[in-house]
Design a protein around this ligand. Structure first.
Ligand code: DAH
Length: 377
């Protein structure tokens, strides 16, 4: 039935409705009409047209009913028409609103379905880099010392001469300063004191002892700098791990036992160690630790019969410096040299990495050529 058949443009009198009892049937027809059309409303534009058709202020169905049926109705009919109209309005409004929500969420679902990601597809593989060999060796060293009770501390790469030299018992004009010539920072005129790039990680011995009472067991991984010309074994930047153990009863045996344990863990149980007297201003006695050459298994000769090219036939390779902490150093940190004792060591990480992994040029660590880096995933 077309909507025009409902007689919305006529008054009730013109439609021949004179009694209140006729009103409900009239509204039932309107409602049936609503329902018939409502079924066909599926998308937003249909919904808008439908809404205007029924709720439009000027000529919507409900407005027409108000204008043509309700307002001109006789007082006897007005009551019944008003009640039915209110009921119809409530019904129409809630139905239309509910349909709007349904259409909106349906549209959302459809959009989601369109953009749905197929998680079963293989992903894009992004190559993940790996740790630099130096970083890996740092980690190996740290793990070994960590497992025997050392903790790890780090410190500034820009240091004062006091921490880099003086407090380590290296006064100004001491000849060992020549070995550690370094880069000084240009400071503005009038700046208090000098600053330099640390030549070793040993300053952290002092910084740590200043802050902590014994016992102290630390290792200090980090970068160091020296004014060296680059060649196969020298670089102006390289890496060290400093070690320090100070307590009330640390002996030379603790010292050699700890170092030997480290060396065997790092290179494998078959290497032998030895130490030779040496000199460092901050240790007394001082030693140089050697390891039996890992390349020729300490024989000094190569597999082919000639001399081993790595240890040059010496069978031993110099590893690092170490010693018992010089009592003078305790004076700089207010430790009582009569009550404490300890040992210290300082190893070159680049050198250890070269020995362990058979690398013959320190420069490859800094060139970052992926053909080199990829060999150590
Ligand atoms: N700081 C020394 C250097 O860079 C290495 C060193 C030697 C550190 C002996 C120590 C030590 O702690 O006891 O050459």
């Amino acid at each position: 039935m077309p909507i025009s058949d409902l007689g919305l443009d006529k008054t009730l009198a013109a439609l021949g409705v004179a009694q209140a009892s006729q009103v409900p049937a009239l509204f039932a027809e309107v409602r049936a009409h609503f329902e018939g059309h409502f079924k066909t409303v599926h998308d937003e534009s249909e919904w808008k047209m439908f809404r205007d058709r029924w709720l439009g202020r000027k000529s919507g169905v409900l407005t027409q009913i108000t204008e043509n049926w309700l307002k001109p109705a006789t007082p006897e009919l007005k009551r019944a028409v008003g009640a039915s109209l209110n009921e119809l309005r409530a019904y129409v409004e809630t139905q239309i609103e509910a349909r709007r929500t349904a259409i909106e969420s349906g549209a959302e679902e459809a959009a989601l379905a369109r953009g749905r990601i197929d998680l079963s597809l293989p992903g894009v593989i992004r190559p993940v880099g790996s740790r630099h060999l130096i970083r890996q060796v740092f980690q190996e060293i740290e793990d070994i010392f960590f497992s025997i009770g050392f903790s790890i501390v780090e410190g500034p790469e820009i240091e004062t001469p006091y921490y880099n030299f003086e407090a380590l018992n290296i006064p100004e004009f001491h000849p060992v300063r020549d070995d550690m010539d370094t880069f000084y920072i240009d400071l503005p005129k009038g700046a208090p004191g000098q600053l330099l790039l640390r030549t070793h990680t040993s300053p952290m011995q002092i910084r740590t002892m200043e802050k902590r009472k014994p016992p102290v067991r630390i290792i200090v991984p980090g970068k160091v700098y020296r004014r060296d010309n680059p060649d196969a074994t020298h670089s102006f930047i390289f890496h060290q791990v400093e070690g320090l153990a100070v307590d009330s009863d640390i002996t030379f045996c603790d010292f050699t036992g700890t170092i030997e344990y480290f060396v065997k863990q790092f290179f494998g149980p078959s290497v032998k160690t030895r130490f030779r007297p040496s000199y460092f201003p901050f240790t007394e006695p001082s030693v140089e630790f050697d390891v039996s050459c890992p390349f020729c298994s300490g024989t000094g000769s190569s597999a082919g019969g000639g001399t081993c090219s790595k240890c040059k036939g010496a069978a031993w390779i110099e590893l690092f410096g170490a010693g018992m902490v010089d009592p003078a150093v305790y004076g700089f940190v207010n430790y009582d040299a009569k009550k404490v004792s300890g040992f210290a060591f300082g190893m070159g990480v680049d050198r250890l990495a070269m020995l362990k992994y058979g690398i013959d040029d320190i420069q490859v660590f800094f060139q970052n050529d992926v053909r080199f880096l990829r060999q150590f995933p």
